[in-house]
Write a protein that binds this ligand. Structure first.
Ligand code: NAI
Length: 245
């Protein structure tokens, strides 16, 4: 098992890619701490526990610094350590620049950027004490190629790539790696929001001619969270069927 007895904290673990990652990590022997604003997280944790794995769920918004700090303490008290942080929670509020409201900008920055800062700055001291840690965050291939209607989202996903490089430099001496993943189009609730017509238009841009599934990204998270990637830090792994340009 590639994550035997490792404690993994996954934000946005109730749905989509986060849920697939929780299931994949559990198969590989990890103990799980799941955070989400959706109550569905408690069903996910209950299901994992019933299947013989170890998981706890807490309703946490990554936007709330105090809540995050308290939940990190709770996770550490429960499992004794936190080896892996998967900064996966994210939202979209798509609108062209000329129509985007300040609220739509703030909402996306709050979850996708400040949320990642809140979680990483709360967990990094625990990892430093352990002299071990794996931080993997969700960027997107739109950070590399841009995307119509996503000024707010692209701003956050580009920032993730930059912050990851900084953390690789700052935290490496404490045995901590920091990497991110840039998924392309993946079938989840987030992309279900896209009109069917727009979804069809994306296919010719993807050399493999199809969208990916949450498990494709979970496998990338698994690699970067495992000891197989112990000499990998500061990278952004694109998983998008060849679409990024
Ligand atoms: P999703 O919408 O299926 O799941 C996201 C989860 O995050 C949900 O369970 C939601 O409740 C949770 N969440 C939202 N706000 C939160 C908050 N403030 N605090 C805690 N949890 C919160 O999304 P999906 O598709 O699984 O995306 C996961 C990550 O992958 C996101 O960061 C997304 O930007 C990124 N991504 C997804 C792509 C796709 O095609 N689905 C492509 C590129 C990146």
């Amino acid at each position: 098992m590639r994550l035997k007895d490792k404690v993994a904290l996954i934000t946005g673990g109730a749905n989509g890619i986060g849920l697939a990652t929780a299931e994949r990590f559990a198969q590989e022997g990890a103990k799980l701490v799941l955070w989400d604003v959706s109550d569905k997280g408690s069903e996910v944790a209950a299901h994992l526990n019933k299947s013989g794995h170890e998981a706890i769920f807490r309703k946490v918004s990554v936007t709330d610094e105090q809540e995050v700090q308290t939940a990190v303490k709770e996770a550490r008290d429960h499992f004794g350590r936190i080896d892996i942080l998967i900064n996966n929670a994210g939202i979209t509020r798509d609108r062209t620049l000329l129509k985007m409201s300040k609220q739509e900008w703030d909402d996306v920055i709050g979850v996708n950027l400040t949320g990642v800062f809140n979680c990483t700055s709360a967990v990094a001291p625990v990892m430093k004490e352990q002299n071990y840690g794996r931080i993997v965050s969700a960027s997107s291939n739109v950070a590399i190629r841009g995307n119509y209607g996503q000024t707010n989202y692209v701003a956050t996903k580009s920032a993730i790539i930059g912050m990851t490089k900084v953390w690789a430099m700052e935290l490496g001496r404490f045995g901590i790696t920091a990497n991110c993943i840039a998924p392309g189009f993946i079938h989840t609730a987030m992309t279900d929001l896209m009109p069917e017509e727009v979804r069809k238009q994306t296919i010719p841009q993807i050399p493999l001619g199809k969208w990916g599934y949450p498990a494709d990204i979970a496998n990338g998270y698994l690699y970067l969270a495992s000891d197989e990637a112990s000499f990998v830090s500061g990278i952004c792994l694109t998983i998008d069927g060849g679409a990024a340009r």
